[in-house]
Design a binder for this molecule. Structure first.
Ligand code: ATP
Ligand code: MG
Length: 296
């Protein structure tokens, strides 16, 4: 079943993002639903990618479990039959693409870890030799592996792109102890996942986490190491000094670049072939990372 919107859910909306719809379940829980929507260049498309929501949700679920020795998380269950508030009647729509989570007090810092030089990190490095105030060796090329993974936090802008901030700034905002804790956890999580992904032939170039506080404890919330929150590259195609192909949106981006489209809404319709190849890439990411067969 393809899911574009989730208006059939009769609960208060917590937030509707580009890809996920989140509902309030009572006072202390949230229902997170990954739709089959896709975005590129920050524009959401009319066309859907079949199974994408289930892939994204499944990848997050895998990592929450894989990393639970480092940190606890917000997940309660992904089994729709255990959902409260009559939600279990939407088993067909929700199973596999949703999770019931504990609502936590979010820490307003986007915890970015970079193991490779790309994106806004590359831009900063080229301009200043540093990223978020961290001095890096001279002469690094685009997509080079950094000597050590670095923590380069940002804050969510109300509008437009996130703003990179220094670790000092984070300390001032949330206190030294908590700032150090999220930095240390972020780097440990990245190292563990990067090493594992490499063993599956995938480079996890960088990623973003969101932490929260639950009953006084630091936990990981939101999503974890999905193609939406991370850069995945194909190891066998890796070559520093040029842009790497994005694992999931490579065909989509290449197709869009071939069009005369200015990357502002409305988005163009997508040909069947682009949809199919994009879908296959998502499924491949799921299968290689989780070691499980994806069952459509
Ligand atoms: N357990 C949780 N408790 C409370 N809030 C959470 C929890 N997990 C995630 N969130 C918040 O829920 C929201 C999820 O929104 P979502 O990521 O779908 O949209 P977005 O970040 O606004 O847009 P985008 O589509 O660009 O990601 C985020 O604001 C996130 O901080
Ligand atoms: Mg988000």
């Amino acid at each position: 079943m393809l899911i574009k919107d989730t208006n059939f859910i009769d609960l208060p909306v917590f937030i509707k993002g580009k890809v996920r719809d989140v509902y309030k379940v009572g006072e202390d829980k949230l229902l997170m639903i990954a739709t089959d929507r896709i975005s590129a260049f920050d524009v959401v498309f009319d066309d859907l990618i079949p199974d994408k929501g289930r892939v994204l949700n499944g990848i997050s679920e895998f990592w929450f479990d894989f990393c639970k020795d480092i940190i606890g998380n917000h997940l309660i269950t992904t089994d729709v039959t255990e959902y409260p508030m009559g939600l279990s009647k939407f088993k067909e729509e929700l199973q596999g693409r949703s999770m019931l989570v504990k609502k936590v007090e979010m820490i307003e810092v986007e915890c970015i870890v970079r193991g490779y030089l790309e994106g806004s990190g590359l831009k900063d490095y080229k301009a200043t030799g540093k990223i978020s105030g961290i001095k890096l060796p001279e002469g690094l090329k685009q997509a080079d592996k950094l000597p050590e993974p670095i923590f380069t936090p940002s804050t969510k802008a109300k509008e437009g792109h996130d703003i990179n901030v220094s670790f000092e700034y984070v300390k001032e905002q949330i206190g030294e102890e908590l700032a150090s804790a999220i930095k240390e956890k972020s780097i440990s999580l990245y190292k563990k996942a990067e090493e594992y992904a490499l063993s599956k032939g995938i480079i996890l170039a960088d990623t973003k986490f969101e932490f929260g506080i639950l009953d006084g404890e630091l936990v990981i919330a939101d999503e974890m190491f999905t193609p939406d929150s991370s850069r995945f590259w194909e190891l066998s195609d890796y070559e520093p000094g040029r842009p790497q192909k994005s694992f999931d949106k490579q065909y989509l981006r290449e197709y869009l670049e071939s069009l005369d489209w200015d990357k502002t809404p409305p988005a163009p319709r997508l040909p069947k072939e682009v949809i199919e190849k994009t879908r296959a890439k998502y499924i491949e990411a799921y299968e290689r990372l989780t070691g499980k067969k994806f069952i459509p």
